[in-house]
Design a protein around this ligand. Structure first.
Ligand code: ATP
Length: 202
């Protein structure tokens, strides 16, 4: 069974496109959702977070995401530390999950696929590309945040063009090129055994 990564910058449309693959019957592992779940359920990860970020990281209701965000989003090294704790646990969880699936291929959707080391465990990576001005507008509309907030988030991610160069396939989600034919072309490749030589989906 092929293990496929799906990545792209904030607002590129990763989740939207992952949902399209799901409608084709392909199981999708959403790494950000999984990381949030594991921060509440994995005891070793919880104790590491408490050790590094303090007891205040958890309330009776679980992880205090506001508290943690207030620390990591103003200190780059703290964000890197949190990622270095959560990524290995999420990668292991994803591997277990993938091994339990029965499908021609599975998808792991994650913003930080290359940065986390997760890409090394995957057969191919699909990049979702959208120009920055579209991504900014989408996230402002979706999250009700300012342009500055979005630009801050973008500045924490690796350059979009560079990320796309690392991908085996690219889906262009710029609201001009139709997405569905691009998804179907990849689905056919992954299910039809014609995927040995990666080429960009056109
Ligand atoms: P994040 O990195 O923040 O999780 P993402 O890459 O997963 O973002 P989505 O959440 O899928 O991106 O998309 C961002 C917003 O843009 C959503 O509100 C989604 O509905 C919208 N969107 C995505 N693709 C399109 C499109 N082709 N046409 C119109 N709206 C779109």
């Amino acid at each position: 069974m092929l293990k496929i990564g799906l990545t792209g910058g904030i607002g590129s449309g990763k989740t939207t496109i992952a949902r399209v693959f799901e409608t084709l019957g392909i199981p999708v592992y959403y790494a950000d959702d999984a990381a949030k779940r594991l921060m509440n359920t994995n005891d070793e990860l919880k104790s590491q977070i408490i050790h590094h970020f303090g007891k205040e990281s958890y309330t009776a209701g679980g992880l205090d995401r506001k508290y943690l965000a207030s620390i990591v989003f103003s200190h780059k090294e703290k964000l890197e530390l949190l990622n270095s704790l959560t990524h290995p646990v999420t990668i292991q969880d994803a591997q277990q999950w993938m091994n339990q699936q029965a499908a021609p291929y599975v998808i792991r959707e994650a913003a930080l696929l290359f940065e986390s080391g997760a890409a090394e465990k995957l057969d191919y990576v699909i990049g979702v590309y959208a120009p920055q001005h579209i991504r900014v507008k989408r996230v402002m509309d979706r999250d009700g945040v300012s342009v500055n907030d979005v630009m801050k988030r973008i500045s924490r991610q690796i350059d979009e063009e560079m990320k796309m160069k690392l991908c085996d396939f690219v889906i262009t989600n710029n609201e001009q090129k139709l997405v569905l034919p691009q998804v179907l072309a990849l689905h056919e490749k992954f299910t039809g055994g014609t995927v040995s030589t990666p080429t960009a989906a056109t």
